[in-house]
Design a protein around this ligand. Sequence first.
Ligand SMILES: Nc1ncnc2c1ncn2[C@@H]1O[C@H](COP(=O)(O)OP(=O)(O)O)[C@@H](O)[C@H]1O
Ligand SMILES: [Mg+2]
Length: 259
Amino acid sequence: MITLLKLGGSVLTDKSKPYTARHDEIKRLAKEVREAMEKEPDMKLIIGNGGGSFPHQPAKAGNLKEGIKDAWQLEHLVETQRAASELNHLLVETLIAEGVPAFAFQPSSAGYTESRKIKEFNMHGIHELLKLGAVPVVHGDVMLDLAQGCSIASTESIFAFLSKEMKTRRIVIGTNVEGVLDSGGKVFSHITNKNFESMKHHLGGSAATDVTGGMLHKVESMLELSALGHEVFIVNATVPGNVKRALLGEWIGTKITNS
Ligand SMILES: Nc1ncnc2c1ncn2[C@@H]1O[C@H](COP(=O)(O)OP(=O)(O)O)[C@@H](O)[C@H]1O
Ligand SMILES: [Mg+2]
């Protein structure tokens, strides 16, 4: 059974400053991943990193979510891919230095979308890596799109695709808030398909530049999957220890299940 871990761009980077990585945080998180894997040696892990202040700005400047219609967008397309892979590279490098056998797996070349939906993704490659004991590291990325030239795939939508293709046990979404919060700042500890409608109005987009859009997108994409039977945790990855504990199955932050 497979565990998916998202490390949000809000944690890995300073979203208010273009191209600013938080090197100390990346190092701390890499260490937590290594410690969790040591504690549970059978864990099969796939990591996905958000883009934070690397690809979100060029993706927005080029309006790439809507695809490519004009030649002026091309420079933003190539910069978005480059910037997303720069942050991914930094994370992979740090994971390897910490002793995690991380292997960069870039959605922009591992598959393609059609009308923004992932149509093809190199699952054979993912399976082979897991068999070898490696940790594939995917990320939010620009993907080539059969209908509109390109589209933006969030880490959450890539995780949604992966979870439909393989047996996922647990998904941990690390971000910069304690979980899903109500208007008063209190954590909703459990969201299900039954109670979601009553709390949906509390959820919004991102406070920062984030073309894939904040908490509502996370919860909606994860609820869509919850019928598959796994558990999802949204945790504050800026708090030391949370990612390790959540990887090992502790209920921290908001849990999302089908019922
Ligand atoms: N109800 C809510 N609870 C928590 N966060 C929310 C809520 N509504 C909107 N948000 C925003 O969602 C952000 C997390 O999403 P996002 O910025 O996309 O993070 P990441 O970079 O980790 O993907 C929070 O920092 C907050 O600004
Ligand atoms: Mg986001």
